[in-house]
Design a protein around this ligand. Sequence first.
Ligand SMILES: C[C@H](C(=O)O)C(=O)SCCNC(=O)CCNC(=O)[C@H](O)C(C)(C)COP(=O)(O)OP(=O)(O)OC[C@H]1O[C@@H](n2cnc3c(N)ncnc32)[C@H](O)[C@@H]1OP(=O)(O)O
Ligand SMILES: [Co+2]
Length: 141
Amino acid sequence: MKIGRLNHVGVATPDVEAAAKGYADLYGATDATPAKAFPKLGVKVIFVSVPNMQIELIEPLGEDSPIHKFLEKNPKGGQHHMCFEVPDIIEARDAMRARGATVLGTGEPYIGAHGVPVIFVHPKDTGGVLVELMQEPGGGH
Ligand SMILES: C[C@H](C(=O)O)C(=O)SCCNC(=O)CCNC(=O)[C@H](O)C(C)(C)COP(=O)(O)OP(=O)(O)OC[C@H]1O[C@@H](n2cnc3c(N)ncnc32)[C@H](O)[C@@H]1OP(=O)(O)O
Ligand SMILES: [Co+2]
């Protein structure tokens, strides 16, 4: 298994609307989705599109959001994860485990903000960077 293109960089923020406005005002990155809540993922998301890639602005949603602690440590927000596409998420999950990495949660892929299955690899195995793998659109069995 080899990772594919960088699909998005996840950026945690206390306020996705304010953050999206910042990207528009500062960088002219005005191509943004409306904010969308993903209660199961514990985040509210805005995707800001830039050429060939997206910035995924994520705001905590609900008590047990996985990014609460991150924002406690980084109250203004910050780079949170990188997400790469893979041809087959199950093959990728198995390869991560076989190569000694820790797949987060139950290890079962789940539907992410792009509507395709994702997994996360623990930062302790990846040089301190939280990596998300997502099945490339149209990929998988
Ligand atoms: C799905 C959707 C999509 O794109 O489709 C999304 O991306 S939603 C994106 C939001 N969802 C997720 O991130 C789901 C996966 N994330 C998680 O399960 C959790 O965030 C986690 C396990 C990575 C960290 O949980 P936590 O912050 O509550 O735990 P801790 O504070 O104990 O963190 C454990 C260690 O990991 C480090 N750590 C925590 N978060 C990050 C991060 N984003 N990048 C790099 N290192 C990190 C901490 O500094 C600590 O290091 P030390 O031990 O050295 O102090
Ligand atoms: Co993501």
